[in-house]
Design a binder for this molecule. Sequence first.
Ligand code: XUL
Ligand code: CO
Length: 436
Amino acid sequence: MQAFPNISQIKYEGPKSKNPLAFKHYNADQKIDGKTMKDHLRFGVAYWHTFRGTGSDPFGPGTAIRPWDDGSNSVENAQRRVRVAFEFMEKLGAPFYCFHDRDVAPEGRSLKETNANLDAVVKVLKREQRRTGIKLLWGTANLFSNPRYVHGASTTCNADVFAFAGAQVKKALEVTKELGGQGYVFWGGREGYSTLLNTNMKRELDHLGKFLHMAVDYKKKIGFKGQFYIEPKPKEPTKHQYDSDAAACLNFLRQYDLLNDFKLNIETNHATLAGHTVQHDLLTAAAAGALGSVDANVGDAMLGWDTDQFPTDIYLTAQIMLVVLDMGGFKTGGLNFDAKVRRESFEPVDLFHAHIGGMDAFARGLKIAAAIRKDGRLAKFVQKRYASWDTGIGAKIEKGQVDFRALETYMLAKGEAARCVSGRQEMLENLINEFI
Ligand code: XUL
Ligand code: CO
């Protein structure tokens, strides 16, 4: 039995196609700068949104029609969902997926039962991975939905809850390894606070550091070779999340001596909520050699929460792909659509429209970014802007050959600094638009 009997393999039909169930730009095997689109973009489907999202919101229950789902918490239902997920991903041509432990399998009455449920579903995941060749981009543990995590997981005031979270991540790491996951994400779901009046921040941060060290130790112990990522987010569900943005994460990792073991998974809408553009957070991570993966979505400029929409803005995808190409492409990471269809888009086919749109938007972004790089004017402008650092006093400063006294001697002799030239922002904005 097929879950999507009326939908066949989504094909590339080119920009002239009017078929809504075809790619207009994403052509998996087409080479851009010597690498296929598939390998550049490394698309991942987010299991939690696409196969567990119901469309519920604080004002009403789910609206999504999912005929294959009996709505129960049974392992059989979870296993059936896996087969549907792989039918979907296969028809879409998505090479990767990502999941939380609790998206794929139901919790039982005890940790033991929960782990057994997970094992039963992982068996099917493994079989379907083998059958389709679809791979796991990253796994993660849901340390935020169960009421036990009300005060956080590793930053909770309750040591037993910390212990439960540790046991849960241990199992999630084992399962991610078992499935050949290329990475593992730590998003601090409730690692933050609601009020500082009841919070010992130093103690909580120390515990988070300890927790991540335990994870690194266990990763080494079991020989899991995937990349660890932290995913920054500033707020929601808590008032303040400790991993608020890329800079805060990097500082935390440095302070707790974890920088060598983690990279960042930057999510577009999270950066926006932190008051940044996504390029800002991508470049902050890249500058530290820590840009690992991207949760590709977008927010709504009129709304101040995490709307997790599919990316359709080509200007945005082009800028993301410029950063990705400049850093030499993804290694273990990729573009995971951490995005959900709107509550109003409740039919199964909407899942296809959403992903096709996101993949096409990023394919265009990739083509545009590659063209901007090939053209070279943008990079040349930036390089020229810093030309004063290539020779003379600039080169000496960069090489650490001068101190304040030498700067004074230099400037006393010169009398005044060379004049600055225009930053040409508008000209550069026009240049980008030549390619859009
Ligand atoms: C929440 C979010 C998570 C992480 C994984 O905003 O982005 O789904 O990506 O836990
Ligand atoms: Co995310």
